[in-house]
Ligand binder design. Structure first.
Ligand code: FMN
Length: 380
C-alpha cells in the first residue's frame, strides 16, 4: 500500500524561488544531488514536509536527527537542502499501482481519513491523499464566518482549488473510491479539481463522505454531472464516529466483484441438487459471502400451497419491494427467513435468487408436500 503525501509542495515552490537566487550554488547543487542519490538515500514527501516544518520552526514530533538531509554538505539543514530534497523526490520513479483499486480522499480534520483508512485495511487498495496546494488553515474552514475561504469557495461552483502534488495518472486503476467531507451540503470544490483532472470515463467511481448530519446525495449528483464516469456506484455517508464494521458492511454490499455475480447457489433438497442464480441485491451478496465459510441446513416449512419458508441463521440486509412471485423465486422474508416459491404470492420481499431451469411442476414435485430440509451452499 502506498501513500502519496504532498503537504509541502506549495511552500517548496516558494522556497525554490528563493533558491534560484543562490546562483553560485547551482552547479554545486547538481553534484550534491548526484552524490546524495548514489548514497542509497531515498526520501519521501513526508520527509520533505518534516524538514520544511523543522526549518520553519514549527513543532515537529518526529526526530529528524537520524535523517541525512544535509544534502549540500554545509553542516546544517537549510532551505537549500530542502530544494535538493525536492529534486531528489521528483527524480524517483513514479510508483506502480499495486492494486486495481485506489482510495482517493480529501480530509481536512481527519474524519474522512479515518474512514478511508478502514477502507484501505479492508481492501488493501492503493491510496492517494488530495492536499491543497494552499493548505486550508483553521480560519479557512471556520464556516460560521461566511467570508472564510471554504465558504467563499463553496458559494462559487466554478472555483477549482489547486491540488498539491497531483497523482500523475489513474491508469491501472479500475475502481476509484472517492472520499471527502461535506461542505455546505456538497463536495469541497477541490474534489471537483480532482475529478476534472483525470479521465474517469472507464472507471468505477464510488463516493463516500463524512459529515455532521448532511447526506451524500447532492454531492453524488454533482459528481455524476461534472465529468464522464464509467460507472458511479451509490455512495455512502458516514458519521465521524463510524466503526470499521460499518465500513466493512458497506463494502460487502457493493456490487463490485465479478466473482460474486457469477456464483451460484446450490440447494440440496430431498436428495436433489438445485442450482439457483443469485439476485443483484445486497442480501444475495451477503448470503453468498456467509456461505463461503461453509454450507448451512435450513428447515423449510410448507406454507400456503405456494412456498417453503424457514429461518436463516443470520439476518441479511432488507431491500423489500412489492413483488408477485413466480415459481423458482428465492426471497428473503422479514430480513431473516428464506422462501423458495413453487407457486405465486403477492408480498413484499427482498430478492435472493431464482432456481435455474425447472418448471413449476418439476419444482413442486422436488420440494414435496410437507416440511423439508434444504442444504444451502455456494459454488463458483
Ligand atoms: C466549511 C465546512 C462546511 C461544512 N458543512 C457541513 C454541512 O453542510 N453539513 C454537515 O453535516 N456537515 C458540514 N460540515 C462538517 C463536516 O462535514 C464534518 O465535520 C466532516 O466529518 C469533516 O471531515 P474531515 O475531518 O475529513 O475534514 C462542514 C464543515 C466545514 C469545514
Amino acid at each position: 500500500m502506498k501513500k502519496l503525501l504532498s503537504a509541502f509542495v506549495s511552500v517548496l515552490m516558494l522556497m525554490s524561488l528563493s533558491c534560484a537566487g543562490e546562483t553560485s550554488a547551482d552547479d554545486q547543487a547538481e553534484e550534491d544531488l548526484a552524490s546524495a542519490a548514489t548514497a542509497d538515500t531515498r526520501f519521501s514527501a513526508e520527509d520533505g514536509a518534516l524538514l520544511q516544518s523543522y526549518l520553519l520552526g514549527r513543532p515537529v514530533e518526529t526526530d529528524l536527527s537520524g535523517k541525512n538531509y544535509d544534502l549540500n554538505g554545509n553542516g546544517r539543514w537549510d532551505v537549500f537542502d530542502l530544494c535538493l530534497l525536492k529534486e531528489q523526490i521528483e527524480a524517483q520513479p513514479a510508483e506502480e499501482p499495486q492494486s486495481d483499486t485506489i482510495v482517493v480522499y480529501f480530509s481536512r480534520t481527519g474524519n474522512t481519513e479515518k474512514i478511508a483508512d478502514y477502507l484501505l485495511e479492508i481492501t488493501g487498495a492503493d491510496s492517494y491523499v488530495i492536499q491543497a496546494a494552499v493548505p486550508y488553515s483553521d480560519e479557512d474552514i471556520a464556516y460560521n464566518n461566511s467570508s472564510c475561504r471554504a465558504d467563499q469557495e463553496q458559494n462559487d461552483k466554478t472555483v477549482r482549488p489547486e491540488i498539491a502534488d497531483p497523482i500523475s495518472s489513474l491508469d491501472g486503476y479500475d475502481t476509484v473510491f472517492l472520499g471527502y467531507p461535506i461542505w455546505w451540503g456538497e463536495e469541497p470544490r477541490i474534489i471537483d479539481t480532482f475529478l476534472e483532472s483525470y479521465d474517469l470515463s472507464e472507471k468505477t467511481v464510488i463516493p463516500f463522505c463524512t459529515s455532521g448530519s448532511s447526506g451524500i446525495s447532492v454531492s453524488e449528483k454533482n459528481i455524476a454531472a461534472l465529468v464522464p464516469i464509467g460507472e458511479q456506484l451509490a455512495g455512502k455517508r458516514f458519521s465521524a464516529s463510524a466503526s470499521k464494521d460499518e465500513v466493512q458492511q458497506w463494502y460487502d454490499s457493493l456490487p463490485l466483484t465479478k466473482e460474486e455475480t457469477e456464483m451460484k447457489l446450490n440447494i440440496t433438497v430431498n436428495g436433489q441438487e438445485l442450482t439457483a442464480t443469485l439476485a443483484d441485491s445486497s442480501a444475495a451478496k451477503e448470503l453468498a459471502q456467509k456461505l463461503e465459510s461453509g454450507s448451512v441446513t435450513v428447515e423449510l416449512g410448507e406454507y400456503g400451497g405456494f412456498e417453503k419458508v424457514g429461518a436463516l441463521p443470520w439476518s441479511l440486509t432488507r431491500s423489500d419491494e412489492s413483488t408477485v412471485t413466480q415459481a423458482g423465486d428465492i426471497m428473503l422474508y422479514q430480513g431473516s427467513q428464506i422462501t423458495i416459491f413453487y407457486g405465486s404470492n403477492s408480498w413484499s420481499y427482498t430478492p435472493l435468487g431464482h432456481v435455474d431451469g425447472l418448471s413449476q411442476e418439476e419444482l413442486s414435485e422436488i420440494l414435496g408436500q410437507g416440511d423439508v430440509s434444504a442444504e444451502l451452499s455456494i459454488k463458483k
